[in-house]
Design a protein around this ligand. Structure first.
Ligand SMILES: Cc1cc2nc3c(=O)[nH]c(=O)nc-3n(C[C@H](O)[C@H](O)[C@H](O)COP(=O)(O)OP(=O)(O)OC[C@H]3O[C@@H](n4cnc5c(N)ncnc54)[C@H](O)[C@@H]3O)c2cc1C
Length: 415
C-alpha cells in the first residue's frame, strides 16, 4: 500500500470513531487506522457516563496534600507510581501549578462552555444513527457518607450551578428514597439531572458499523509506526500495512498519542491515568440509576442486565497490568455504600488508560508545528462525554471554519 488519501484518523476509540464520522459527514474522504480492533482501548470498559457535571478540572486546591496522603495507601483512589521518568516529573510539575483556585475556575469556565454542547449533540447522534446502546438521560446521583465529603460536594454543586450545570442537594431521606439500596448511614447526596449514560462499548462499536456507509475506510490491525516530514507538513505516514500520504492527520490514539507526538518531536502534556472497572450480572444491591460513591470515587452504572463499577486513577506509565488490590478496593467501596451488594457473578475485570492532561482540560485543535496535524486527545475522565463535540470541532477546523466558540483553552501547544 502506497497511497495518497485525504484525512487519516489514527486510533479507533470513541474519539477516533467520532472524528471519522464527523469528517465524513462534512464531505471528507476518511481512513481510520487502528492497531487492534475498534474500541479495544480505554473506550471499552468505562462507566458510560455522558456527564457535564464533571466539568471541574481534576487539579484543584488541596489535591497535592490529599495525593500525598493517598500515596501511603496501596488501595487509594489515586496512586502515583514513584519513578525517575522525566516526562512524569514535568507533567507533575505542570499539574501542581494548576492545583489552585484561579486555575481551576478558569478551567471550569472553559469546560462548562464545551460541555454545554455535549448532551444535545450526543443525543442527536444516537437518534440519527439509531444506536442501540441503552443511552438514557436519567441523571447521576452523588452519595456522601461523610459530612466533610457532603460539604465539599455541595460547594462543587454550587459552582457547577453558577456555570449552568443544574444540580440539587438531597437530604439523607431524599437520597434514600431515590436510591433505597444505599446504606442508611449516608449523610446526604447531590442529584445532577442533566446527565446521561450508555453502554460505552456498544456506543462506539455500533457507531463504527455506520462508518463504511458514510464512506470511511477502516484499517484495523494496522499500526502507525512513523512519519516523514517536510517543513511544516507531515508528508508520509508509515504503517504496518504500507505508506500513506494524507492531506490531514488527526491523532486520536488516546494515551498512546504521546508516543506518536514524540516521534514528531512534540511534547504533549498527557500522561496515561489507569483506571479499572468490574462488570457483573445485575443483582441484589443494584441501584436504580447511575451512582457516584463520592468519597471512594467509584462510579456505579446499572444497565438492563449488568452493573459496572468503575474507578481508581493510577499514574504508572504506559502499561495495562491489573493490580488486584485496586480492583478489590472498588468492590469493597461498593459494598460499603450498597450493603446488599455481594459482587456475585463478575463477567469482566478490565483496565484502561485515560489520556490525562496536566491542566485537566482536553487537547482539541491544530498543531502549531505541523499545518496538517490535528489532535483530539487528553480527555481524561470525559472522553466519552466530550467525544461528539470534540469531533465537531475537529471537522470544522479541517474545513477551515470557525468552531463556534473559544477553543483556545484546548490548544495542543498551550503551556
Ligand atoms: C475506569 C474508567 C472509567 C471511565 N468512565 C468514563 C465515563 O463514565 N465517561 C467518560 O466520558 N469517560 C470515562 N472514562 C474516560 C474515557 O474512557 C476515555 O477518556 C476515552 O475512552 C478515551 O478515548 P480515546 O478514543 O481517546 O482513547 P482509546 O479508547 O484508548 O483509543 C485509542 C485507540 O488508539 C489506538 N492506537 C494507539 N496507538 C496506535 C497506533 N500507533 N496506530 C494505530 N492505532 C493506535 C489504540 O489501540 C486505541 O484503540 C473512563 C475511563 C476509565 C479508565
Amino acid at each position: 500500500m502506497n497511497q495518497s488519501i485525504q484525512d487519516l484518523v489514527v486510533g479507533g476509540g470513541v474519539l477516533g470513531v467520532n472524528c471519522a464520522l464527523a469528517l465524513a459527514d462534512a464531505g471528507r474522504s476518511v481512513t481510520l487506522v487502528e492497531q487492534n480492533t475498534v474500541c479495544s482501548g480505554c473506550s471499552h470498559g468505562n462507566a458510560g457516563w455522558v456527564t457535564p457535571c464533571h466539568s471541574l478540572p481534576i487539579p484543584g486546591p488541596g489535591l497535592v496534600y490529599q495525593t500525598l496522603k493517598w500515596m501511603l495507601q496501596g488501595d487509594s483512589p489515586l496512586y502515583i507510581k514513584p519513578t525517575l521518568r522525566p516526562a512524569l516529573w514535568t507533567w507533575l510539575w505542570r499539574f501542581y501549578r494548576h492545583c489552585n483556585e484561579p486555575a481551576q475556575l478558569r478551567g471550569l469556565r472553559a469546560m462548562a462552555e464545551l460541555n454545554r454542547h455535549v448532551l444535545p449533540l450526543t443525543k442527536e447522534l444516537v437518534q440519527r444513527h439509531q444506536i442501540d446502546c441503552q443511552f438514557e438521560q436519567r441523571g447521576i446521583t452523588y452519595a456522601f457518607r461523610t459530612e466533610k465529603g457532603l460539604q465539599k460536594g455541595i460547594r462543587e454543586c454550587e459552582r457547577l450551578n453558577d456555570h449552568g450545570i443544574p444540580g440539587e442537594v438531597l437530604s439523607p431521606h431524599e437520597l434514600r428514597s431515590r436510591e433505597p439500596e444505599l446504606s442508611d448511614t449516608m449523610c446526604g447526596g447531590v442529584f445532577y439531572p442533566g446527565e446521561a449514560d450508555c453502554v460505552p462499548d456498544q456506543f462506539v462499536k455500533q457507531l463504527a458499523t455506520r462508518l463504511p456507509r458514510q464512506g470511511v475506510r477502516i484499517l484495523d490491525h494496522t499500526t502507525v509506526n512513523g512519519y516523514a516530514v517536510r517543513g511544516s507538513q507531515i508528508t508520509e505516514v508509515a504503517t504496518s500495512n504500507g505508506v500513506l500520504h494524507p492531506e490531514n492527520i488527526v491523532f486520536t490514539a488516546g494515551a498512546w498519542t504521546l508516543v506518536q507526538a514524540r516521534k514528531l518531536g512534540l511534547r504533549l502534556p498527557v500522561e496515561p491515568a489507569k483506571g479499572y472497572s468490574v462488570t457483573l450480572k445485575r443483582q441484589a444491591g443494584t441501584p436504580h440509576n447511575p451512582l457516584n460513591l463520592a468519597e471512594a470515587k467509584v462510579g456505579v452504572t446499572p444497565w438492563r442486565d449488568t452493573i459496572r463499577l468503575a474507578g481508581t486513577m493510577e499514574l504508572a506509565g504506559l502499561q495495562l497490568k491489573i493490580n488486584e488490590r485496586r480492583v478489590a478496593a472498588i468492590i469493597r467501596a461498593a459494598q460499603e455504600y450498597l450493603p446488599r451488594f455481594t459482587a456475585a457473578e463478575p463477567l469482566e475485570t478490565w483496565t484502561g488508560m485515560r489520556p490525562l492532561c496536566s491542566d485537566g482540560l482536553p487537547i482539541i485543535g491544530r498543531s502549531k508545528r505541523f499545518d496538517n496535524l490535528l489532535i483530539a486527545t487528553g480527555h481524561g475522565m470525559l472522553g466519552l462525554t466530550q467525544s461528539v463535540v470534540s469531533a465537531q470541532i475537529i471537522a470544522r477546523m479541517v474545513l477551515g471554519g470557525d468552531p463556534g466558540f473559544d477553543v483556545t483553552p484546548f490548544a495542543p501547544d498551550r503551556r
